[in-house]
Ligand binder design. Structure first.
Ligand code: PHE
Length: 337
């Protein structure tokens, strides 16, 4: 009899310890099964009471019942403790606003390039592209550059192999397009261009949009009209342009196109260095010397071309003081646009 009472005490002590230590619902449930389940250790003891001599049963029964009661109370207390602990953990609050995923955006240069192309598309141009690694033939020769032109020198342009270079302008797309299409041609060609240049207004990699029109009866008035329409659409409705005589091997005559200063409107300020004008692009009437390279001789057509600096246009439009802002990948800058 005293052996049984000692055993009950020992099992009870173990059960109380197990319930007290359980730190998770699963561990507590395992302890409950072990001591209080149908085949649990305390439950088994209550069954042995019936096999005792009748005189010993009341005392033994009472001891088992007390132990069961105490163990069940300890189990309940432990269950309540775990329940409280779990309810304090941060859960899912469906009433909170959702967390927004940070969406990327188009880079200012891509956006500006798209915007420029869209303006020309509205004027009837279509968009074409050409390779960034060019041959001497397309970048220079077929554009009428003389053999000793400085930009054909290894020290001036970025050569990547024998007769291969990173295109210094988008003008080679003029030749590639004319080779493939018969007039009328109305195209713009956006893309990256490369030169050995690096300062606050020049980056070794920059962007241009080339324009080429070859059609019946095209004159310089068409050039001026198209570029004026572009300037007013891109900058502001009252933006004036002017043409200044210039030279390019592939246009004759050639003209530098300026816009009235975006800052002072033409009165003269620091940005335009007092002149009232800002240089925007190079242009001119297509030199008929090009036609023999592309099989346009005898077509009776004339044309004009222009090459617009996208980085420069973006800097003027958004008032950027340093071209490097465009290439540093600093989100504080990029997210403003
Ligand atoms: N390709 C010339 C440049 O990069 C610009 C240009 C294009 C001039 C078309 C005339 C006609 O400087």
């Amino acid at each position: 009899m005293s052996g049984l009472l000692g055993k009950i005490d020992a099992i009870l002590a173990a059960a109380l310890a197990a319930f007290g230590e359980a730190s998770e619902v699963k561990a507590l449930e395992e302890a409950r099964v072990k001591y209080l389940g149908v085949k649990g250790q305390l439950t088994e003891q209550s069954r042995t009471v019936g096999s005792l001599p009748p005189a010993e049963r009341p005392a033994a029964g009472q001891a088992v019942n007390l132990a069961l009661k105490e163990a069940k109370a300890a189990h309940q207390a432990a269950a309540a403790r775990l329940e409280r602990a779990n309810s304090q953990k941060p859960g899912l609050d469906v009433t909170l606003p959702g967390r927004r995923r940070a969406l990327g955006r188009q880079h200012l240069i891509s956006r500006t390039m798209d915007e420029i192309c869209e303006i020309f598309e509205r004027l009837g141009f279509s968009v074409v592209e050409g390779p960034e690694v060019e041959t001497d033939y397309y970048n220079f020769e077929a554009l009428n550059f003389p053999a000793d032109h400085p930009s054909r020198d290894m020290q001036e342009s970025l050569f990547v192999g024998e007769g291969l270079l990173l295109r210094t302008h988008t003008s080679p797309v003029q030749i590639r397009t004319m080779e493939k299409r018969k007039p009328p041609v109305w195209i713009v060609a956006p893309g990256k261009t490369y030169r050995r240049d690096d300062d606050i207004t020049h980056s070794p990699m920059f962007h241009q949009v080339e324009g080429l029109v070859v059609d019946q009866g095209i004159t310089m008035a068409d050039l001026k009209g198209v570029l004026s329409a572009f300037a007013t659409a891109f900058f502001s409705p009252d933006t004036a342009i002017r043409l200044r005589p210039s030279f390019f091997p592939f246009t004759e005559p050639s003209a530098e196109v300026d816009i009235a200063c975006v800052l002072c409107g033409g009165r003269g300020c620091r940005l335009c260095k007092g002149s009232g004008w800002l240089e925007l692009l190079g242009s001119g009437m297509v030199d008929p010397a090009l036609y023999k390279y592309v099989g346009y001789e005898g077509e009776g057509v004339t044309g004009f071309a222009f090459g617009l600096g996208v980085d420069r246009a973006a800097m003027l439009k958004y008032g950027l003081s340093n071209i490097r802002h465009l290439y540093e990948g600093d989100l504080r800058f990029l997210e403003q646009f």
